[in-house]
Ligand binder design. Structure first.
Ligand SMILES: O=C(O)CCC(=O)C(=O)O
Ligand SMILES: [Fe+2]
Length: 358
């Protein structure tokens, strides 16, 4: 069973990022101390571990679905390729995205499954998927999607409270019934020959949407520590999801919630000989929501006035924002180093975003 591969342990002599461990069960029970810790994590680093999230079994099933799907022959997978127009549902073949300012092609492939297609199945909202996806909809993908939405809503409620927004504000911008760019994404990267300059798996980026819930088994994910040039590994911890804030929550809160830069490089030490699999639920606002700081909060209004250099008023809808960022990475649209510097950006600016060179 590929899902049961025993990997070498994450090495204990590489520097790791100090993510707080947040207990979802305590958050759900309304524990104020835990809510304060979540707030600290979401505003200072923008990344944290989440334990007791209750979605482990579904996540394991998603690994089986993802491995089976990405092991299909390439010509079968290519029938479902996302294309070059900014669509983020379906299959993304290795080599279709650039990873640096030279236009180097990536070696990362993934299958992204839309929340809308999964909740509506057997009706099709956006597109169709390989049969190996449909075989898991009822037993795995739908329960996984529902649990991810539940976790999101619980965390959103804490953010509403801390931001001084009326209860239900953030949930109201992410209604499951409305169409959105929400995806479950399963990622695979083949091990690479031991060359001195191994290729970046995912170039430095901020996530495009609101919240990301990641389930990792191998290392490779690194976060750029705020205010510095150091990249630190996020050590995978069994049973813990890695959560992070994306651009749209940063925009809604005028930067109070931190959308931190991260990247994926080959897993450290002996782990790099293995195929790397990762799974994320990427939550994005409803397609039609216009991205700008939210009204009705004194705290957000103050944050806007303290950051005049930032253009939080993007004028873009959620769908336009995500689509622009997906499209900009496709090799087809690559136009050189200057292009890379400006076109791929999200809410954070840091030289690391422009100078990544595999
Ligand atoms: O594979 C991972 O560990 C992280 C993936 C990621 O950052 C992304 O897909 O946005
Ligand atoms: Fe990411």
């Amino acid at each position: 069973m590929p899902g049961l591969t025993v990997y070498p342990p994450f090495p204990d002599d590489v520097p790791t990022a100090p993510l707080l461990v947040i207990d979802y069960a305590l958050i759900k029970a309304g524990d104020n101390n835990e809510k304060d810790r979540l707030w600290k994590a979401a505003t200072e680093l923008g990344f944290w571990y989440l334990k007791n999230h209750g979605a482990d079994e579904e996540a394991n099933g998603m690994f089986d679905m993802g491995i089976e799907t990405l092991n299909l022959p390439l010509d079968e997978k290519m029938k479902y390729e996302q294309g070059d127009d900014g669509g983020s549902f379906g299959y993304k073949a290795a080599g279709k995205n650039a990873v640096d300012d030279k236009g180097t092609r990536d070696t990362t492939e993934f299958i992204s499954i839309s929340k809308d297609d999964i909740l509506a199945w057997p009706a099709v909202v956006h597109r169709t998927y390989p049969e190996s996806v449909y075989a898991y909809v009822e037993s795995v993908i739908r329960p996984f999607t529902r649990k991810a939405i539940e976790v999101n809503f619980t965390l959103f409620n804490v953010f509403d409270e801390k931001l001084g927004l009326p209860e239900g504000s953030l949930a109201g911008l992410h209604t499951p019934e409305a169409q959105s760019g929400d995806i479950s994404k399963f990622i695979k990267v083949m091990p690479q020959p031991q060359v001195s300059e191994a290729r970046m798996y995912l170039s430095a980026h901020t996530d495009f949407g609101s919240l990301t819930l990641l389930h990792n088994r191998l290392g490779g994910l690194q976060v750029l520590m705020p205010g510095s040039d150091s990249w630190l590994y996020v050590k995978p911890l069994p049973g813990h999801a890695v959560c992070n804030i994306g651009d749209t929550l940063a925009i809604f809160s005028a930067g109070i919630l931190r959308s931190n830069i991260h990247r994926v490089i080959p897993p450290p030490k002996d782990q790099c000989q293995f195929e790397r699999h990762s799974l994320g639920y990427f939550t994005r606002p409803n397609d039609a929501v216009v991205l700008r700081p939210l009204e009705g909060s004194q705290v957000i209004a103050e944050a806007v006035s303290k950051t005049p250099e930032k253009n939080w008023y993007t004028g873009a809808t959620s769908q336009e924002w995500v689509s622009r960022r997906v499209k900009a990475r496709r090799v087809k649209h690559f136009k050189g180093a200057e292009y890379w510097k400006t076109a791929i950006g999200g809410t954070e600016s840091h030289p690391a975003l422009a100078r990544e060179t595999a």
